[in-house]
Design a binder for this molecule. Structure first.
Ligand code: IVH
Length: 676
């Protein structure tokens, strides 16, 4: 039944307030208070009433975020108060010099108070609120003229269309950064790749591209965020005394501010803040490229004033750059354990992300093609945190005339066997198998690695030397090595040679899962090796199995079954397996006794941080006890182990009434079960 106009008016106002509250909780305070379904229900009720009573529609209604038609182009906006940029500092000394400049200028040695905020890597924008209503959004442009992007900023849920409360200035212009959190960036690029489109190079470019859309319906699909860090024009209102209080006020009016904001005393505490945030940088949900320090007292800011385009009272202390330009000098092809032939870029060494980078993997020929890269090109290289360096793009207009195309070699660069590329596979492979010295080296390194036989003192370089000197051809030869053979090797003292022989001797006693993993069968990782060992109990049974039987094993699909079957039928592999056993490699039989597998049939899930052991150790100990360890909670889950900072899995388990153990309870249970 259609309500009358006056009760519709009341209901519309109630729904709008409610929805604005939900939005504020979710997008500004990061503290969602209702499930999405409830939000959607209320939004639909509001849409329904606004359809029935078009006279109640207003531009700042939560239903009006996405406009109808694409724009023809962006109009220009003049910033009444210019949007400034910041001076930079790159070291602790430059930060101290900044503090000294301020003290000199203020003619005082007092400790200065600074507001500290991450420097967000996005696009600077200005939002204008007239009597609380968002009337204009604009880019910074050159600082005095920017572009009108009102239709686009309206689609960003953390930007209120109407300020909260009543006590806001009649005219308020706020400034801040629009950025794309990493999760939104990953999602956007996944979608781009799925559509075979070019992915964005970094979140900043993705944010800029999203704001530059003439069709706001496209902007609306991008996960953009806004964080406010300053005010521009303010009329009819007396601001508080400090920058940090201004930010708190903006927050109360419904605008998002950065949660890392803090106030400190003097440059030394600024340095401390910088170091703390550098450590936290990789775990933040968004990219930052430094820290901004601002004099907290507005009166002092005023006294200090500006030089040309930057305020004297603020500085951006930048982190080492995560992106740099360098030149691709050459591409070499490396051969891995499974024969994969990988193009590796040799680069003009460049300092990026805090380290000097001179190599980067190009992954495979599809990637070479996607980048359109040639030897001699100038390239953008990115190294963020601990992530391996990546070539993100080629600067095509800097391509030299003598640039050379990159071609997959026809023959393996190590053994000369034919290089094959299977239908539908990105990787090309050397067909030489263990005839290929590179594959042999990698196979031996894998066999001796920590999760396989764990041979102490046998590093990668040593394996390469041993193979190059023809002292070993395959893993079994390791166990025939003698002191006389080892001593003449480069950088090999008597003590380390003896230690190596000793650790070789002791690593002979291993377990069946480690042995299977160490064989390096394609697609057989630790977990699959464990499942295989569990299922077949003995190596002989596994080697005798056909593909159908292999498919019975947990985690084993047709491709893996095929690889295993092929591997254990190759005469060379059988020979290596036999010689390993002849040279004393052995393992205890796996218990068939059900008494040692008390968790058989149960499904456990581990979530959050476990302090006494890693999740992977917890997982393998549960598997030893017979449990299946799953990645997500479902109605079939028997028990959830919730470590510190457990998130949605814990909520789900509680909703489903599943047994939850904390870390301490889990350890007690493990010990009990293991000691039975
Ligand atoms: S304050 C007058 N605070 O950095 C002060 N800027 O290099 C003006 N930026 O164009 C800026 N995070 O896009 C300020 N917390 C922050 C910032 C920040 C990022 C950007 C902003 C500005 C550029 C200056």
């Amino acid at each position: 039944m259609k309500p009358d106009l006056s009760s519709a008016r009341v209901e519309v106002a109630r729904l709008r307030d409610q929805l604005n509250d939900f939005n504020y909780q979710y997008y500004v305070l990061d503290d969602p208070c209702v499930p999405d379904a409830e939000y959607d229900r209320q939004l639909r009720s509001l849409q329904q009433l606004e359809r029935e009573y078009p006279e109640l529609l207003s531009n700042d209604s939560p239903t009006q975020r996405v406009g109808g038609q694409p724009l023809e182009g962006f109009t220009q906006v003049t910033h009444e108060v210019p949007m400034l940029s910041l001076d930079n500092a790159f070291s602790a000394d430059e930060l101290l010099a900044f503090e000294k400049r301020l003290q000199d200028r203020l003619n005082s040695k007092i400790t200065l108070e600074f507001a500290c905020e991450p420097k967000l890597d996005g696009i600077a924008v200005s939002l204008l609120y007239d009597n609380g209503v968002l009337v204009r959004g604009a880019t910074r442009g050159d600082g005095s003229t920017g572009e009108n992007i009102t239709a686009n900023v309206r689609t960003i849920p953390s930007i209120p269309l109407h300020l909260r409360g009543e006590n806001y200035p009649p005219i308020l212009e706020v400034r801040g950064e629009i950025y794309m959190p990493r999760a939104g960036f990953e999602r956007l690029n996944e979608q781009a790749r799925a559509r075979q489109e070019k992915p964005f190079v970094n979140p900043r470019n993705a944010a800029a591209g999203s704001l530059r859309q003439l069709d706001p319906r496209i902007t609306a699909t991008r996960l953009l965020q806004m964080c406010c860090y300053n005010v521009g024009r303010v009329e009819g209102y007396n601001l508080p005394d400090t920058h940090s209080e201004v930010l708190q006020l903006l927050n109360a009016w419904g605008l998002r501010i950065n949660a890392e904001m803090d106030v400190v005393q003097g440059a030394s505490q600024c340095q401390q803040y910088y170091e703390n945030l550098s450590e936290k940088r990789d775990s933040l949900a968004y990219d930052i490229d430094g820290i901004v320090f601002k004099i907290n007292r507005l009166a002092l800011q005023q006294r200090l004033g500006f030089v040309s385009r930057a305020p004297r009272w603020a500085i951006a202390y930048k982190f080492p750059a995560q992106e740099e330009i360098t030149r691709l000098l050459d591409v070499e092809f490396q051969v891995g354990r499974t024969g994969a032939v990988t193009p590796v870029a040799r680069l003009q060494p460049v300092f990026v992300g805090g380290v000097t980078v001179s190599n980067a993997t190009l992954h495979n020929m599809d990637e070479v093609e996607r980048l359109g890269i040639m030897v001699g090109d100038s390239v953008v290289i990115r190294r963020a945190g601990d992530v391996i360096p990546q070539i993100v793009k080629v600067i095509e207009n800097r391509r030299p005339d003598d640039a050379q195309t990159i071609e997959l070699p026809i023959e393996c660069p190590v053994c000369g066997s034919e290089v094959e590329r299977e239908e539908g596979e990105a990787a090309a492979r050397c067909s030489g198998g263990l005839y290929c010295q590179a594959q042999r080296k990698e196979a031996i390194k894998h066999f001796s690695s920590r999760k396989a036989l764990d041979i102490d003192g046998l590093g990668d370089k040593l394996v390469e030397q041993l193979v190059d000197e023809n002292l070993i051809h395959h893993a079994a030869d390791l166990f025939n090595l003698t002191l006389d053979q080892l001593l003449p090797l480069e950088r090999m003292g008597k003590k380390s040679a003896e230690n190596l022989l000793e650790s070789l001797a002791s690593s002979r006693e291993t377990t069946l899962p480690r042995f299977l993993y160490g064989l390096g069968i394609r697609e057989v990782g630790e977990a699959t090796a464990l499942s295989l060992a569990r299922y077949f109990k003995t190596l002989d049974a596994l080697m005798a199995a056909n593909e159908e039987q292999l498919l019975e094993v947990d985690d084993v699909g047709p491709i893996v079954a095929h690889h295993i079957h092929r591997f254990v039928r190759q005469p060379h592999n059988i020979e290596v397996i036999n010689s390993l056993q002849e040279r004393g490699v052995c393992w205890p039989d796996l218990q068939v006794d059900a008494g040692t597998r008390p968790l058989e049939g149960q499904i456990w899930v581990l979530t959050g941080t476990l302090h006494t052991m890693g999740r992977s150790e917890g997982k393998s100990r549960l598997q030893e006890l017979g449990a299946k360890v799953a990645g997500s909670v479902s109605a079939k889950t028997t028990t959830l182990v919730a470590g510190e900072k457990s998130g949605s899995k814990l909520n789900k388990a509680e909703d489903l009434g599943i047994r939850v153990l904390n870390e301490e309870e889990f350890i007690v249970q493990l010990f009990k079960l293991e000691s039975n």
